[in-house]
Ligand binder design. Sequence first.
Ligand SMILES: Nc1ncnc2c1ncn2[C@@H]1O[C@H](COP(=O)(O)OP(=O)(O)OP(=O)(O)O)[C@@H](O)[C@H]1O
Ligand SMILES: [Mg+2]
Length: 309
Amino acid sequence: MMNTGQPILSIEKLHKDFRDTKALKGIDVSLDKAGVYGFLGPNGAGKTTTFKIVSGLLAPTSGSVRICGVDVVHDTRDAMRHLGVLFDSPAYYPYLSGEENLEVFARWSGRKGKRKISDLLSMVGLGKSMKRKVEGYSWGMKRRLGIAAALLDDPDLLLLDEPTNGLDPSGIAEVRELIPGLAYENGCTVMLSSHRMEEVDQICESITIIHDGKIVASGSVEGLSRAEPFVEIMCDDTDAAKELLRRSSDVDVVEDAGPGRIRIYSARIGASAINRILLGNGIEVRQFAEKRESLEEIFFRLTGESDND
Ligand SMILES: Nc1ncnc2c1ncn2[C@@H]1O[C@H](COP(=O)(O)OP(=O)(O)OP(=O)(O)O)[C@@H](O)[C@H]1O
Ligand SMILES: [Mg+2]
């Protein structure tokens, strides 16, 4: 049912104001093939607002959104035929089984429900539990049931807003394991939001980082990191150490890295030579490590926020 040649999702110059709050300040996203894409940003960045606009639940202030070439604002109904979406876990009938709940959803959506419900439930790992009452499901199982519900009409694009939010570690693992298969077995494009860098790194091929209503970076996780390794040292007089190393022709970049720490990029000399330069000038090095930028650091550098809950 895909319109060939059209991006699966195309968001252009999207703005959304809520009275005085400019929640989105010109978002551009283009997804053109099956795969798993991450939409990463700290609290309040604009992830849910973007997903609500893509789902036709909120009108944008300006800008355009097309799903498989269909304009979401002008042809909402048509556009929604290509979309499956999960915000929080939907409300279920506790006394009905997982299978019966999906049957109710399929009937209520007024759509046919193209996928066989039992196949969908097996795909999300609920094959054995589909006859059990939902009241006995764990949170992770309920979230997976929600994902199955979003897939009822075989969408081209599946939006998952923080799909692991509020789950315990085993629930998080269940949902994370499931997502890549949804894209590859169904030829579906999955866009999931998260505020955890390590999560999108695990399951997404490519990520877009949003902060304060604007996109600050986009690409593969490797592409977003400063690929080169660096040497990090801890010493007493970091100012003197920086000064010394900057004078050395064997080192290109020296940066502060928090209290008592500096980082040396593009060194053409090894750790022991760096140590000798510093020691020879009376600067004692307390710790020495060769590192690469961590995921948290990438996120922090790009958004100025820490990657914690
Ligand atoms: N209905 C609303 N009325 C007023 N302001 C809103 C409304 N919905 C969202 N906002 C504001 O828009 C901004 C973006 O919110 P949004 O919920 O999209 O962020 P988010 O990235 O999903 O954050 P979180 O990680 O907390 O879910 C925030 O400043 C928020 O307070
Ligand atoms: Mg949100």
